[in-house]
Design a protein around this ligand. Structure first.
Ligand code: 5RP
Length: 225
């Protein structure tokens, strides 16, 4: 199973939905990298004029390097379409994001977009959410107490750390706590609980957000909308 090829297939399919003149939210991650490559090619070959709104410094740099114009979300008045990856998608097309630490910006861009497309390799599709750990962006201040509360609630939290054992930091210099839930039976109920917990800046549950999902296989893609 060639996962990189599957990601490439999804990215190359998604680029077809980008039209001249659009303002496009650009997600983050290894699948989006293939979208950006394909988009850069269209910009160079067809003279496609788009404005990209990147969701991470990584995607901003890559887009610029490929000749794609980029602007901050606060410098555009609307976003026509956002294309992003996802870590897990269930059979109701609800998702978990944030494996790449960018889910706060990704959610802000997503909810301000007219349309959202997710691109994933086929291994990301699941019956239920939860086998992929659910990321929370949390304020460093008070995070040990928040961690304990989450632990007491039975959510099996772990701080995300880097190779040196330090905290992984988000764009806003916050920490990440991953919830190792295994199985999320009621995603909307969990969303309400997490939305109401002080100290959680944003969680990686993306419910009722996506309009289209493009799943990449090695030799074809499948589109759900
Ligand atoms: C980053 C994300 C990414 O979209 C998600 O992690 C998927 O990444 P990849 O395409 O590398 O598997 O949510 O915060």
């Amino acid at each position: 199973m060639d996962k990189e090829l599957m990601k490439k297939v999804a990215g190359q399919e998604a680029v077809k939905y980008i039209k001249d003149g659009m303002t496009v939210g650009l997600g983050t991650g290894s699948t989006v990298k293939y979208l950006l490559d394909a988009l850069g090619e269209r910009v160079a070959k067809e003279g496609l004029r788009i404005i990209g709104v990147p969701t991470s410094n990584r995607s901003a740099k890559r887009a610029r390097d490929l000749g794609i114009d980029v602007k901050s979300i606060d410098d555009v008045d609307h976003i026509d379409l956002t294309i992003d990856g996802a870590d897990q998608i269930d059979e109701n097309f609800q998702g978990i994001k944030g494996g790449g630490v960018a889910h706060l910006r990704e959610k802000i861009v997503a909810i301000n977009s007219d349309r959202n497309i997710w691109i994933v390799d086929a291994t990301k599709m699941a019956k239920n959410l939860g086998s992929f750990p659910l990321p929370l962006e949390v304020t460093p201040y008070g995070s040990t107490h928040l961690f304990k509360r989450l632990d007491d609630m039975g959510y099996h939290p772990t701080f995300r750390t880097n190779a040196k054992g330090g905290h992984v930091l988000t764009h806003a210099d916050n920490y990440i706590i991953d919830l190792n839930l295994g199985y999320i039976e009621h995603p909307h109920e969990l969303e309400t609980i997490l939305n109401n917990m002080t100290g959680i800046v944003e969680h990686g549950l993306f419910l009722d957000v996506v309009d289209m999902v493009i799943v990449g296989y090695e030799d074809h893609s499948e589109t759900f909308d």
